[in-house]
Design a protein around this ligand. Structure first.
Ligand SMILES: Cc1cc2nc3c(=O)[nH]c(=O)nc-3n(C[C@H](O)[C@H](O)[C@H](O)COP(=O)(O)OP(=O)(O)OC[C@H]3O[C@@H](n4cnc5c(N)ncnc54)[C@H](O)[C@@H]3O)c2cc1C
Length: 415
């Protein structure tokens, strides 16, 4: 908005920016310097075009490191690698896909047929919002192995929901945009700095002097288009409310009735190098993804849609995590676990369940000069950083339109 010539005041309840994509200092038990860790590893794919555009604007685009390989690890440590080859899209994975050890020939033939069906059906089928991804995969006669070791492994993390609870439309979007539309759109971007540095006030200051940040400034109420902050009513020509949906009622706005889906992040520090892989998806067990955060000694593990872990204690979760790691990385047997930290985000994202899309509100609220943003609004994407940026760009376009100064921010999807 600042770049379109508007004067912008941003009110953030917390003393720092970043929202759910955040990092914090973990105090050290032995009096050493605290360690800055992310609440959970956040990754993006090259198809997140609006997020990458936002990083350009903030001057942090070069802090994202892209990887061209997806590593699939079986218990026992056998590795399969998915990377693009020379063929044009959508056949660019053909070479590496047929060499993957973790899938049988019949698994692969079924997956290849289903991928082609996604290309055909994505614009034709009208029920993709109503059925679950699992329903669709079963219709396509996917083998149990193909479902568990391929579809589930990719989609549960991308959409943060189980296949049986995920609307098929989200699975279609992920596979179409990331795996079929363009040869490079699957490449995984991992921030090379803590999230707190990526979404820092310093980065925001590059947006120009007409964007003013007010930290520790919770909005107490939204009344018409006015915000009440520290007991004072503030009136702008236009307002954008970008609160998480579960916070809307606290400021007097109606909230959609979405369910949440949790994510659990597990941070483990070992006394020696456990792996040289930069990341890997771990098949057949509780832990879904491993990210190597420092010399193979500090590993960050992620479990999406982690309802099964909700009632477990920190120690129980660490025990499961270390037990799982032993199966993939033999060095864990001899290694000493120096430190461990578990972060359960019970309200990580909304659940992208069937019949949810129609409940997602557009940016235009019922109040003419109040607009809505947030990863839960109608962005077309699941709850992701790309979805959040899209929602902001869409809301900004509404404001510009309402002000009679149309501006365009949103970039079209790659497909
Ligand atoms: C554990 C975890 C892992 C994730 N992994 C990924 C990933 O790998 N890739 C990916 O793309 N996405 C991931 N996500 C999702 C991503 O973090 C979110 O989709 C995105 O951050 C949502 O941004 P947002 O701006 O919509 O909401 P939020 O980030 O929730 O921002 C809302 C802001 O509003 C502020 N606020 C609340 N109440 C008030 C008030 N009254 N007044 C003023 N301010 C207020 C909050 O402090 C917050 O800063 C993950 C999320 C979690 C929790």
């Amino acid at each position: 908005m600042g770049s379109a010539g508007f004067e912008v005041d941003l009110f953030e309840a917390r003393p720092f920016l970043g929202g759910r994509a955040t990092s914090y200092d973990l105090p050290s038990a032995d009096g050493a310097e605290p360690e800055t860790i992310d609440n959970c590893q956040h990754i993006l794919l090259r198809c997140c075009v609006n997020l990458l555009n936002f990083y350009e604007r903030m001057g942090v685009r070069d802090r994202i490191k892209f990887y061209r390989e997806f590593f699939f690890l079986e218990p026992g440590g056998r590795l399969s690698v998915l990377r693009r080859g020379r063929l044009p899209a959508p056949f660019h994975f053909t070479g590496s896909f047929w060499k993957m050890h973790c899938l049988s020939r019949s698994d692969k033939i079924g997956i290849a047929k289903a991928l082609m069906a996604i290309r055909r059906e994505r614009t034709r089928r009208k029920d993709l919002e109503r059925i679950s991804m699992l329903d669709w995969l079963l219709q396509k006669r996917q083998t149990p192995h193909a479902i568990d070791r391929f579809w589930r492994q990719v989609l549960v993390s991308a959409v943060n929901e189980d296949l049986e609870r995920m609307a098929a439309i989200h699975g279609f979007r992920v596979f179409w945009l990331a795996f079929l539309a363009r040869p490079d759109s699957y490449e995984m971007g991992v921030p090379s700095v803590p999230l707190g540095d990526l979404y820092s006030s310093e980065a925001w200051s590059r947006m120009g002097p007409n964007v003013r940040l007010h930290l520790r400034a919770p909005v107490e109420a939204v009344d018409g288009g006015d915000f009440v902050v520290a007991g004072q009513r503030l009136r702008g020509d236009f307002s954008i409310c970008a609160l998480p949906f579960e916070r809307l009622e606290s400021v007097g706005l109606a909230a959609p009735r979405f369910e949440h889906s949790p994510i659990t992040g597990i941070h483990l520090w070992f006394d020696r190098e456990i792996t040289t892989l930069p990341h890997a998806t771990l098949l057949d067990r509780t832990i879904q993804w491993m990210y190597n955060k420092g010399g193979g000694k500090y590993l960050q593990l992620v479990v999406s849609a982690s309802r099964d872990l909700t009632n477990l204690s920190r120690n129980e979760i660490i025990e499961i995590a270390v037990g799982d790691l032993r199966l993939y990385f033999p060095r864990v047997h001899d290694a000493k676990l120096l430190k461990a930290h578990v972060i359960k985000e019970q309200r990580a994202t909304f659940s992208a369940a069937p019949e949810t899309e129609k409940l997602r509100p557009t940016a235009q609220s019922e109040i003419p000069n109040l607009f809505l943003a947030g990863d839960w609004t109608k962005t077309g994407w699941p709850a992701t950083m790309e979805g959040a940026v899209r929602s902001g760009y869409i809301a900004a376009e509404h404001v510009a339109q309402a002000a009679g100064q149309p501006a365009s921010f949103l970039l079209p999807d790659l497909g």
